[in-house]
Design a protein. Sequence first.
Length: 255
Amino acid sequence: MAQAAASTCEICTAGPGEYYCQQCDQSFCRSCKSSHLRTKSCKNHTFLSGPNINKEEKLLCTEHEEIYFFYCQDCDTPVCRICSVEKHSRHLMTDLTKSAEKLRFEVVKNIEAKVTTSKVNLSKIEKETKTYRDEVKAVIKTITEEGNYWKNLIDKKVGSFVRLLHDEEQKTIQNITALTKVYRRDIENCQQWEKKIKEMETMADVLLFERLKKLKVDVDNIDLKPVPEGSYVSYRNKKPSGTEIDSLFGEMQFK
C-alpha cells in the first residue's frame, strides 16, 4: 500500500501532521486536533493517525459513497450514516473507531497474556530445573560421603549410584528442554503477531477491524498447556551395622 511522506500540521504549520481528519481532508498536530474536536461542528470527525498517513485510503460504503462511521453489532458490519438510518435503525450501533480500538485492545491484551503466561511457565521450569539439579548434587554428595565412610568396601557401589543418577538426570533434562522449546515457540508466534499489529496502525478502521478479527482467531487457537509437576530426586540414607554392600545404602526415588 502506497503511503504519503510525513507532513506538517496544516493549521499551525509547526507541529508534525500526525493526524488526518477524514472529513476535512487536512493534517493536524496533536494540539490542533484537540482544538478541532472541541469545535461543536467537528466533534464527531474521525481521524487516521501515524507518521506516514495514506490520505487516499478512504474505504466508502459501496451503496452511498459515504465514509463508514458506525459498527452494527447486530449485523457484525461497519455502516455509514445513511445505512445506520435506513437499514440498521433499531440495531445496536457503536462508533467504528472505538470498536476497532476495542478489538485491537482485546487482541493485544490476549497476546500479552499468553506471552506473560509462557514467560511465567519458562521461569517455573528454570527454577524447578535448578532445584532438581541441586537435589541431584546433594544426593551425589550424600552418597559420596556415605561411600567414603565405607571406602574400602563400597567404591564400586558409589560409582554405580552416581551413574544411575546422571542417566536419570539426562533423561529428565531432555524432557524439560523439549517442553521449553514449545513455550519459546509460543512466545515467538505472539511476538510476530505483535509486530503485525504495529504494522496495521495506519490502516483504515474498517480494514483494521477485519484484519484484527482474523488475527484474533489465530491468537485464540494457542493452547498454553500447564507446566507438569516438577521432577525431583531424593535419597533416604541409613546407617546399617551389617557388612553387606547393598545394606549399606539407602533407597533412591525418581519421578
